[in-house]
Structures are given as structure tokens and as C-alpha cells.
Write a protein that binds this ligand. Sequence first.
Ligand SMILES: [Mg+2]
Length: 313
Amino acid sequence: MTEFQLIERLKPLLPANACVVVGAGDDCAVLDTGTPGAHTLFKTDAMVEGIHFTPETPPEKIGRKALARCLSDVAAMGGSPTVALVTLGLPPGFDPERVSALYRGMADLASRHSVAIAGGETTTSPERLFLSIALLGSVPAGGAVLRSGARLGDAILVTGELGGSLDGWHLDFEPRLDEGRWLAREFSPHAMIDVSDGLAGDLGHVLRASGGLGAELFKPALPVSRAAKVRARTGDLAKPAVAAALTDGEDFELLFTVASADAVRLLDAWKRRFPGVRLSCVGRVQERPGVWLRDPRSGLQPVAAGGYEHFAS
Ligand SMILES: [Mg+2]
């Protein structure tokens, strides 16, 4: 059973109440907790030794990334993070200095984004360290950008560069909070998600959530990272750079759709506002379901759904 199949099976078991504006299935839950003019965003995410990091990973980077993953999901809603709680599972005989370093990494990133860490829980874990963060955020009421709003004919855009992040920056990525808020405020994207499973996989989530639409991506427009290109030439894991950009995951860039009539104005405004961050228009939303790649030389081909899957087989 895949992770996604498991989630579909569990969703009907989740009780809701009048607070829940958007429940399971988006980057964050959207809640109405009674604050006039605002909705609350709520997110939780876990990292486990042996899956998301190794015993050799510097502990500052483990703490930093655990929080950065949650911040990236708040960015993908166009929101601002506010408060976190941390649950830490520690194997017997843990090194207290390693735990302090983990908190320093987390606290440094939290401070930079004015996020409070308001407590949490520690527990014993039989063999491996794990870290789970619950994060609250805020967004103007009705202003959260959901996965489910993509429309036929929309332009599809993505920030930054894709592929090969596991060779380097997946521990150090900057969550696109300023960019997400600016996009939500200035251009009201129809749909947005952060790229954690790979462009093809996460675009698939958006298209399915938006009523079973499809997308055509234009191969020369994909912002393939240097790391993906280098690895395609020299790495042991031979993978074409374009395939890496489509399926590697852990890029934590923002993927969103806007009305195609707004795309040029958005690209111009972006260059002025975020001159150091690439923004690429990579394709458009179409009626035929699935993700398709147009290569000017070989034509149109379907993209296998192979984003990163946590539960293989
Ligand atoms: Mg996400």
C-alpha cells in the first residue's frame, strides 16, 4: 500500500467540526478559530533517523530541516508561520549535546521567521531518533491558496531550480515564505503546492485536487538544477537531468498556477521583486488528465507518476 492509498483510507475516519475550513489533503489544514479576518493554518511533519537523515547528519541541520519543511507548507498556502511545538523521540543513551545542537538549528531558523517554539514533548524511542513538529500559521480569511483551484488553460509556474537536491541543499533550503505571501497578495494564484515529492508528483496532486485536470509541460522550460546536470554526467545513479527535475523531490520550491493572461505580468513583477530567485513558466493546464511532457524533438509523452514514494510497493 502506498502512502497516498493509506491517506485515502484514513480520511473518512477523521472527525470534523465547525472550525475546519479545509481538512486533510492540502499542504496545511485551514481553520476558523474565531480570529476576525484571519484563518489559522495548522501543519505537522516528522523526520525519522534512517529515513530522512542518518546518524552522521549534523544535528543542527536535522533540526533546521524539520522546521523548514513545515515552513515550506505554510509558504505554499501564502501564509505566515507563528508558533511551533516539538516532539522528540530519543533512543536510550542519547547524546545531550547532539540534542542541544538540533534545537539550535531549529531555533535559528525559527527566530529568523519570528516563529516561537512554545514547548513540546520528549519521549523514548527504542532505536532511532525522531523529531515531529506541529506548526501554526496565519493567513487572511479566505486568502489561503489551496491545491484544488487550478483551472483549464492556467499557466504553470515554479520557483527556483529542480532536481538533485539530495546531493546538497535539501538540508539547507530556504522556505519560500516571502515569495508565497507576495504571490498570494499580488497575483492570487489559483492553486499552489510546495515541491516535496517531485514536480510531476506534486503537479499530479494539484491536478487531481482540481477535479481531474491534466497538464502539458514544455521540456526546454524546465529549470533543471546544476546538481542534476552534473549528476547526469558523472554520478553513479545515472538519471537524465530532466527526469531528476521531474521526480527527485525535496526541492521545496513553490509550484503554482495562474490565469495565462497574468503570466507575463507576473514574470516581470517577479524579476523586480525577487531578482535572485528564478521563476519559470513550465507549461499549462489542459483537459486531458495526467502530466505530459512536450519535447520539441520527440513530441508529447506521458510522465510516469514516479514522485518520491515513502512506502515503496
Ligand atoms: Mg507540501
